[in-house]
Structures are given as structure tokens and as C-alpha cells.
Design a protein around this ligand. Structure first.
Ligand SMILES: Cc1cc2nc3c(=O)[nH]c(=O)nc-3n(C[C@H](O)[C@H](O)[C@H](O)COP(=O)(O)O)c2cc1C
Length: 289
């Protein structure tokens, strides 16, 4: 993935925007976005991904007809819809989160507001637009538009309910060599900013299910998924969103280290940790080059 300029600044300033101005995106910008997102087609696990940008124009406001969001999103100028085969292990969903978040940051860099929607969207209607292949699903979409100057009461309530402005502290998320020793910023050294950008990432219901163990001897950052007790996506009729969330975290990490000029790669290298905390499973590791 090509790092964007000022990744850190963009990540720090991004928040979910659900209320937009009634203003279409100009045709030349639509063309630029369409062209750019066609290039986001794989993630660390190499799953095949497809994305489509659907936007209303001044002359055709019907384009978005039927793409419902249960009233959560007001005046969207467009949506990015994506499709992937989740795969047996769910790695397709991690790739999906990784690539869709690169699109979110690219759009933020253009001054556009976005909101991830993993539950508040009429799945079948969005899926129809993608002409899904066998085994593909639409795990989530993002709404896009020019942010309104003040959010609606509903949006303010949603942010309050999900505690969207807060994030878990370092000692809950990041560890050294095993899950018993918290990793301090001083120990993370030049990787402290990349981990901070992981910490600030958006996640479904702000659950922040990512955990990272830094293995100092091997200079590897091991990413884990820690599920919330009782979360049953199949009962809610949504995709396994915590996997998408981990993909988002991987995107923030890679963008930030890429911008800092540090090289490395994603590898499957699960560390030898005797007992993992409950509901915790290994996903992938970043190997410092
Ligand atoms: C995978 C994913 C799915 C989400 N689904 C929804 C959704 O269905 N409806 C909604 O209003 N917000 C949704 N959100 C937005 C989160 O609630 C939001 O990212 C979180 O509360 C943190 O707030 P922030 O994005 O403003 O930092 C989703 C976010 C992610 C990453």
C-alpha cells in the first residue's frame, strides 16, 4: 500500500460523519475517486476485493435511491460499496477492513467525511449494486459527503452511546513479549506513533478488539483479535465485524510506519505464548525489516 501524506494528521482528525451538506461531489472528483478506488484490491492476506463508488450528481439524484441507512445517515453524496469472499478463516474480512480504511483515509485527505456502516445499511440493496459472485458478501459500506457544520441530535446521541470520543489506554491494548507485561511508549520507541494510530482507529460500536504483542528479540509486532463476550454477529445478521476492525488497525499501522520510512512486511509468525487471554486469537505479525 502506498502511504498517504500526513497519515498521522489525517488519522488524528478523522471522526465518523453521519450528517452531510446537501451538496453533490463535482464530476471531476467523482472520476478521481472512482479511478483511485479501483486500485485498492488486496490486503495483507491477498484476498480478492472489489470496490465501487456510487455517487449522486446534480442531474441524477436518483442514483442513491434504495440505498437505505435506516435514517442514520443524512444527505449522503455517495457510498463506497465493497465485496469480498470472507474465506474459511475470515481473513477476507481483515483484508476488507484494511483496504476500505485506506479508502476512508484517502477520502478524508480530499476533505470528505465518511462513516463506516456495518449494521445500519440495507444489505440486500447494496449487494444488488455489486452483482455479487458466488461466496462474496458486502460486510460493510461507507457513506461519503461534505460534513455539515453541526451534527444532528441523533448523531450526537449515537456518539455518546458508543463513547466514540474515547479509546482504551495503552496498557489494555499493547504488550511486550506476552500478555502479562504492558508495553510502554518508551519501549515502543520509533514505533510508538504507529501504535498510537492503531489505538485511535475506528471500530464497530467502538469495541477496539485489537491487541498487539511486541516481541523484542525478533522485532515483530504480533496482532491479535480479542472478541467481546456474547457478541454474535450471525444473530445480528451482520458480518464478523471485529475481523474488519483488525484490518482497519493493520491499515493504520502500515500507513504510519510507511510514512515514517520504516520498512517491514506482514508475515504469519504466531509467537509462542503459553496462555492467551480468553476470546483472543492470533491474526498476523509485522516483521521489521
Ligand atoms: C466496521 C465498522 C462498522 C461500523 N458500523 C456502524 C454502523 O452500522 N452505524 C453507525 O452509525 N456507525 C458505525 N460505525 C462507526 C463506529 O460507531 C465509530 O467508528 C466508533 O464509534 C468510533 O467513532 P469515530 O469513528 O468517530 O472515531 C462502524 C465502524 C466500523 C469500523
Amino acid at each position: 500500500m502506498k502511504p498517504i501524506k500526513n497519515a498521522e494528521e489525517i488519522i488524528r482528525n478523522r471522526t465518523s460523519m453521519r450528517t452531510y451538506e446537501k451538496r453533490p461531489i463535482p464530476p471531476d472528483l467523482i472520476a478521481k475517486i472512482t479511478q483511485k478506488i479501483s486500485r485498492f484490491h488486496n490486503g495483507p492476506f491477498g484476498s480478492k476485493l472489489r470496490f465501487q463508488f456510487v455517487a449522486a450528481t446534480e442531474s441524477d439524484s436518483d442514483t442513491l435511491k434504495g440505498l437505505g441507512t435506516y435514517g442514520i445517515i443524512q444527505n449522503p453524496a455517495g457510498f463506497v460499496i465493497g465485496a469480498v469472499d470472507p474465506g474459511l478463516s475470515g481473513s477476507g474480512l481483515v483484508d476488507f477492513g484494511y483496504a476500505m480504511e485506506s479508502i476512508v483515509l484517502f477520502l478524508a485527505d480530499l476533505g470528505l467525511g465518511t462513516c463506516w456502516l456495518g449494521g445500519s445499511f440495507r444489505k440486500s440493496r447494496f449487494a444488488e449494486r455489486m452483482n455479487l459472485h458466488k461466496d462474496e458478501t458486502v460486510p460493510a459500506v461507507i457513506s461519503v459527503g461534505y460534513p455539515a457544520s453541526s451534527p444532528r441530535m441523533l448523531e450526537r446521541f449515537m456518539r455518546y452511546a458508543a463513547r466514540s470520543n474515547s479509546r482504551k489506554p495503552w496498557e489494555v491494548l499493547f504488550f511486550r513479549n506476552d500478555f502479562h507485561h504492558p508495553l510502554f511508549t518508551s519501549e515502543a520507541g520509533e514505533y510508538a506513533s504507529a501504535l498510537e494510530m492503531v489505538r485511535l482507529a475506528p471500530s464497530a460500536s467502538n469495541r477496539q478488539p485489537w491487541r498487539v504483542v511486541f516481541e523484542s528479540a525478533k522485532r515483530q509486532f504480533h496482532f491479535f483479535l480479542q472478541r467481546s463476550k456474547g457478541y454474535r454477529p450471525e444473530k445480528l445478521g451482520v458480518a464478523d465485524l471485529p475481523r474488519v476492525d483488525v484490518g482497519i488497525a493493520l491499515c493504520h499501522f502500515e500507513m504510519t510506519v510507511g510514512e515514517a520510512g520504516f520498512s517491514g512486511e506482514w508475515v504469519a509468525a504466531p509467537p509462542e505464548i503459553n496462555r492467551l487471554p480468553p476470546l483472543t486469537s492470533y491474526v498476523v505479525s509485522w516483521k521489521v525489516a
